[in-house]
Design a protein around this ligand. Sequence first.
Ligand SMILES: CC(C)(COP(=O)(O)OP(=O)(O)OC[C@H]1O[C@@H](n2cnc3c(N)ncnc32)[C@H](O)[C@@H]1OP(=O)(O)O)[C@@H](O)C(=O)NCCC(=O)NCCS
Length: 198
Amino acid sequence: MNTGLRPYQPGDLGRLREICVLTGASGGDATGRWSTDDLLPDLFLEPYVTYAPEWAWVVDEGDGPVGYVVAVPGTRRFVDWWRRRWTPWFAERYPVPSEPFSEEERLVLRGYEPEVLLVPEVDDYPAHLHIDLLPSAQGRGLGRALIENLLITSLAKAGVPGVHLTMDPTNLAARSFYEAVGFDELPSGALGRWIARR
Ligand SMILES: CC(C)(COP(=O)(O)OP(=O)(O)OC[C@H]1O[C@@H](n2cnc3c(N)ncnc32)[C@H](O)[C@@H]1OP(=O)(O)O)[C@@H](O)C(=O)NCCC(=O)NCCS
């Protein structure tokens, strides 16, 4: 199977930011969902490819990326980096929310509080990832190919013992996908939000 997998290149960033928005509402299109379409990629895409571009892979069948996986091998270090480097960047673009928080403000808070990424099992599953494919690229084995490439080629080679992710529990399609590619729920994963694989 020719999967079109290749390493991320800096020129991919704009397209990957679009894919992040087009798949950012429980797997559906989040365009116009928040007051700026920059919010989701500013939280869930760009910090990853800025911190660890070598851990990002795209699917490109010739016309540019149609999907990606981004990851960090060590979530604790990433959280330190985010606090020192990303939060100041983020703070220039998003005002600090004040209580009572709207749904959007709770999202914005993530930019200020990267410690939300520190799940109790983080030392057993130090890596974490995000994966998104455009609808036209879904259901063809590309998600599995991206995950296996990341797990086998990159994480296992680097000796990283496990990977986890936080997901929207209402995204039932993604839940089925993660089960199919070997992820299980973490004990502390309240509401099925955190899942992991060794
Ligand atoms: C979730 C996503 C990454 C899956 O990638 P994909 O390329 O569509 O999935 P694949 O074709 O590689 O499927 C791999 C396995 O997952 C299963 N699977 C995938 N989507 C499924 C679905 N909607 N329902 C049931 N099973 C599903 C497949 O049956 C397959 O199992 P098999 O290999 O044992 O036959 C992709 O659909 C996607 O990006 N969706 C939108 C964004 C999103 O929800 N991202 C995750 C946010 S947490």
